[in-house]
Design a protein around this ligand. Structure first.
Ligand code: AMP
Length: 408
């Protein structure tokens, strides 16, 4: 079975084509950026090209439908393509950020599923509309191919009410479904499962904290294979300090600033989501590498930003140990979690009281998947590179196979 995974942003489309029959091999992958502009940028590589070769070119993609058309055109290119003259994709898996309370699993896309994705536009205005456009684009260009929605929120639908209800009047939850949903679910699920496999342990008997640390960052408490709590909330703003997002703070700051600085709701949204976090604190960048570079030359604000970022993660790990009644594994993933030796060490050192001991040599090792705690550490700390696209492809294959069985 060949599965194409699609991840649409407002002006971008990322895709990856997997052969699920051949050890989940990636046949082709690429991205179209600046969709909607006169010229869009297309980057593409496939297994029929040389190892480090990449095609980079300008294409016309005024909307997501044209972008999908450009991808299919490339996939039948005589040199770099994968198919001869006809696209032979068996299913398309779409990353959909918000599935609200309706989806605790991936779903075969139907009219009804599309309606629910649309209902979530209000609570995920940046993400769900482009995800929806990607679905409609694929329906238009590949009309007979089954499409599956894989939701970032689905993995966290196992949280209990005590974890997901905010301390607001309950009627507001009933009226607007305001509650914690959590995001990065595909990644937390993937790394917790892969981490258990790597450690040769039964996930059903594990208490794991997964830390997805990238430009967006979140932690999850995964007990017996199930998400029982996570740091992001109604939107991906709550929780950890991120590249440009505040994470947790006193909600009164919002009303205080709106009054003092005469800001409206959109300006406030922009401040909290785009101008805060590592970027806002350091005044340098949202990119941790640049912030670290500045800190190493004596920039105090850059150093604060790193300290605050790490302290918050440490606190979440500690609180999730309490929420799960114990902890046996901490997993790091995401651009920062996978690459920053310093962040991992700084996050874990204060947790020595729980029995965590980091092995500096293991932490520095170039292995991608690795244990970074000492042999005697009571809690295993590991790094697992995330692979959200593969997880989406696997879920897509599963949903399509199940629905075929149903109609057989
Ligand atoms: P992501 O959103 O998962 O792509 O992660 C992006 C973040 O990872 C940025 O803040 C990068 O600075 C950070 N990052 C990537 N590589 C490294 C590295 N080697 N050391 C520290 N941070 C890194």
């Amino acid at each position: 079975m060949k599965v194409m995974v699609i991840n649409c942003g407002s002006s971008s489309l990322k895709f990856k084509l997997f052969d699920m029959e051949k050890s989940n091999t990636v046949l082709a992958e690429g991205v179209i950026e600046e969709i909607g502009k006169e010229k869009s940028k297309f980057k593409y590589k496939s297994k029929n090209m040389k190892k480090d070769e990449e095609i980079v070119k300008d294409v016309e993609a005024k909307d997501h439908t044209r972008a999908v058309e450009q991808v299919t055109k490339m996939l039948i290119d005589p040199k770099a393509g994968i198919f001869k003259d006809k696209i032979e994709v068996d299913a398309v898996g779409h990353r959909v950020v918000h599935g609200g309370e309706k989806f605790s699993k991936s779903a075969l896309i139907t009219k009804g599923v599309k309606e629910v994705i649309k209902d979530c536009f209000e609570i995920a205005p940046l993400h769900n509309p482009p995800n929806y456009s990607g679905i409609e684009a694929c329906e238009a260009i590949l009309p007979n191919v089954p499409q599956v929605a894989v939701f970032d929120t689905a993995f966290h639908q196992t949280m209990s009410k005590q974890a997901y209800i905010y301390g607001l009047p309950y009627e507001l939850y009933e009226r607007y479904h305001i509650r914690k949903y959590g995001f990065h679910g595909t990644s937390h699920e993937y790394v917790s499962q892969r981490g258990a496999e790597f450690l040769k342990k039964d996930i059903k008997k594990m208490k794991i904290v997964t830390c997805h640390l990238g430009n967006g960052a979140s932690a999850a408490a995964v007990k017996n294979g199930i998400s029982i709590d996570t740091s992001m909330g109604l939107t991906p703003l709550e929780g950890l300090v991120m590249g440009t997002r505040t994470g947790d703070m006193d909600p009164a700051v919002v009303t205080f600033l709106m009054r003092k600085e005469h800001m409206n709701a959109d300006e406030m949204d922009n401040l909290l989501n785009k101008k805060s976090g590592l970027k806002g604190i350091s005044g340098i960048s949202n990119d941790l590498r640049e912030v670290m570079q500045a800190a190493s030359t004596g920039n105090n604000r850059a150093q604060f930003a790193i300290d605050i970022f790490c302290y918050r993660i440490t606190k979440y790990i500690g609180s999730y140990a309490a929420a799960m009644g114990g902890l046996d594994t901490v997993i790091f993933t995401g651009g920062i979690g996978e690459n920053s030796v310093e962040v991992r060490a700084k996050v874990l050192e204060p947790l020595a009281f729980l029995g965590i001991k980091v092995d500096p040599a293991r932490n520095k090792s170039k292995e991608k998947e690795k244990v970074i705690s000492t042999a005697g550490s009571k809690i295993k700390c590991i790094v697992v590179p995330t692979n959200e696209e593969l997880m989406i492809a696997m879920k897509t294959k599963y949903v399509v196979s199940e629905s075929n069985n149903m109609y057989r």
